[in-house]
Design a binder for this molecule. Structure first.
Ligand code: FES
Length: 266
């Protein structure tokens, strides 16, 4: 099968992660890697790129937050409903072979691909520090999964309802000052990821982040997801890029573009 062909299957499971975030289990052997995405299709609603939040035993998962008409419709799906997709697409996170300790920094539902990465890293014998920040306790995701994987879970919230009242880059800074970490991975709001890259760079530690842009084709043809001013296509040369490269992209942490190409500040 070519990965740009549509596959339609029936959902095997639907799990509510929080009030507005849902994980769907799709019975298909995608052979994905953490950080990659699928183009998800819903009849009458169109197609959107969605990060893969896990894959094992011939099934993969996606986690979606209901923040627009497409994601709200996906969130209402039930077990047995049909769903279409193509993929996997894009670059993936890379765990250095010789590494022993890794830090992952997620914000909100941006933690989804990191949960997949943390599980794979822990299975490979790496020590994983999983830092997760959210506005409030009820929005923290994947805590149980991370505990089962053996990762060290470090949570923080904007309102102090769980863990320290601070932002996840602050927790990273503290971690890097007190532990030997070989690489930092991040996914979430770009302003947060920019701080994560800067903190890692100041500590002399390599990092990788997920830079998502509005996508149409998902396969490097339409140019919709190209970023200023290097012209990289984030669907093909991203979404996972090194922190070093991210800092060379003018719009990183600053602005993005919608379906018409119009800029919007982050
Ligand atoms: S979405 Fe078409 S080139 Fe990336």
């Amino acid at each position: 099968m070519k990965n740009d062909e549509f596959i339609v299957v029936r959902l095997e499971g639907v799990h509510k992660e929080s009030e507005d975030t849902t994980t769907l289990t799709i019975p298909y052997d995608l052979n994905s890697k953490p950080g990659q995405f699928v183009m998800l299709w819903l009849p009458g609603k169109g197609e959107k790129p969605i990060s893969i939040s896990g894959e094992k035993d011939g099934k993969f998962q996606i986690t979606i937050c209901a923040i627009g008409s497409f994601s709200e419709a996906v969130s209402k799906l039930r077990k047995g409903d049909k769903i279409g997709f193509r993929g996997p697409f894009g670059t993936h996170y890379t765990i250095p072979k010789e590494s022993t300790s890794l830090a992952m920094v997620g914000g909100g539902y941006g933690s989804a691909p990191l949960a997949y990465l943390a599980e794979q890293a822990a299975l490979g014998g790496k020590k994983v520090y999983f830092i997760e920040g959210a506005r409030t306790k009820s929005r923290l995701l994947f805590s149980e999964r991370m505990k089962i994987s053996g990762a060290v879970l470090l949570t923080c919230t904007d309102d102090g309802s769980e863990g320290p009242k601070c932002y996840s880059p602050d927790v990273l800074k503290d971690l890097l000052e007190n532990h030997k970490i070989d690489k930092v991975f991040s996914c979430g709001p770009e302003i947060m990821m920019k701080r994560v890259v800067e903190i890692s760079q100041n500590a002399g530690i390599p990092s990788e982040i997920s830079m998502e842009r509005y996508m149409k084709c998902g396969i490097g043809v339409c140019g919709q997801c190209c970023v200023d001013e290097l012209g990289l296509c984030m669907c093909k040369e991203g979404p996972i890029i090194s922190g070093e490269l991210a800092l060379k992209i003018r719009e990183f942490g600053s602005y993005t573009r919608g379906s018409t190409g119009k800029k919007s500040e982050l």
